[in-house]
Design a protein around this ligand. Structure first.
Ligand code: PMT
Length: 221
């Protein structure tokens, strides 16, 4: 981007967990609160961007000036993401998408004793950020996160290649003071030719750091 701020740019940000239904009362999910993605949406809107926030089930209020699309499952999140690509300048995948979903979701509550609840057959979910990065309407910047518990930089580099994204924001989700649910985060911004640490700091400050990195990202290489 040429301008120091994000005026005139459209950012699409995914946030929160996805929920994959086993039956009407049970699901598979994870610990994402949505705070990191919502902080990014809020800061991007403050910096003048038009922001579409695609959120899984969370309990956070919508940041001022942000257009929010609520989804439940990974498949719904992918559909909303693809539909938001028109005039999209950057896609940031903060969501903790469930990698697998139950192969079948029962229409009625499964009853203990009647159904075998000890085994659930799973089907792999689509990789949303990788799909967007290979899309015919690919935005000029596609950023993934990497939730890791060790070797942040090496795994982030691997995700950079595998998902064909321009940068990866890696964070250590084995810690309780940062990552899932907390108000703070500490990240490593990884591109093909540099990696830069930031934090620990508030998720708002981390969001500002990420957006500043995004604005100076050279995708011509
Ligand atoms: O929501 P909070 O409580 O604030 O916590 C923030 C966070 C820890 C969830 C966030 O900082 C974070 O790390 N988000 C990424 C979580 C994740 O699922 O990471 P991953 O390493 O499993 O996935 C790598 C990337 O691929 C992510 O950008 C993810 O959005 C994307 N992905 C993964 C699977 C899939 N099927 N589709 C995807 O798009």
């Amino acid at each position: 981007f040429q301008t120091p701020q994000l005026k005139g740019k459209h950012l699409v940000i995914t946030a929160g967990p996805t929920r994959e239904a086993i039956d009407p009362v049970r699901y598979l999910s994870n610990h994402s609160s949505g705070k990191m993605g919502f902080a990014l949406a809020e800061q991007a809107a403050r910096m003048g961007a038009s922001v579409t926030l695609i959120s899984g089930p969370v309990t956070l209020p919508t940041p001022a000036g942000v257009t929010r699309i609520d989804v439940t499952s990974a498949q719904q999140m992918l559909q909303a993401a693809e539909q938001s690509l028109t005039r999209c300048d950057a896609f940031i995948a903060t969501a903790a998408v469930a990698d697998y979903r139950p192969s079948e979701s029962a229409a009625q509550k499964l009853k203990k004793g009647e159904a075998d609840l000890s085994r659930i057959e799973l089907t792999e979910n689509p990789d949303i950020v990788a799909t967007i990065a290979r899309h015919s309407m690919r935005p000029s910047r596609v950023i993934a996160f990497a939730a890791e518990t060790q070797d942040l930089e090496a795994y982030a580099q691997r995700k950079l290649d595998k998902k064909q994204v321009d940068a990866v924001v890696a964070n250590d989700v084995s810690r309780t003071d940062i990552g899932f649910g907390s108000d703070q985060n500490e990240v490593l911004w990884v591109t093909r030719d540099q990696s830069q640490p930031f934090g620990p700091d508030t998720k708002s400050a981390v969001a500002t750091f990420i957006l500043e990195q995004l604005m100076t990202l050279d995708t011509s290489a």
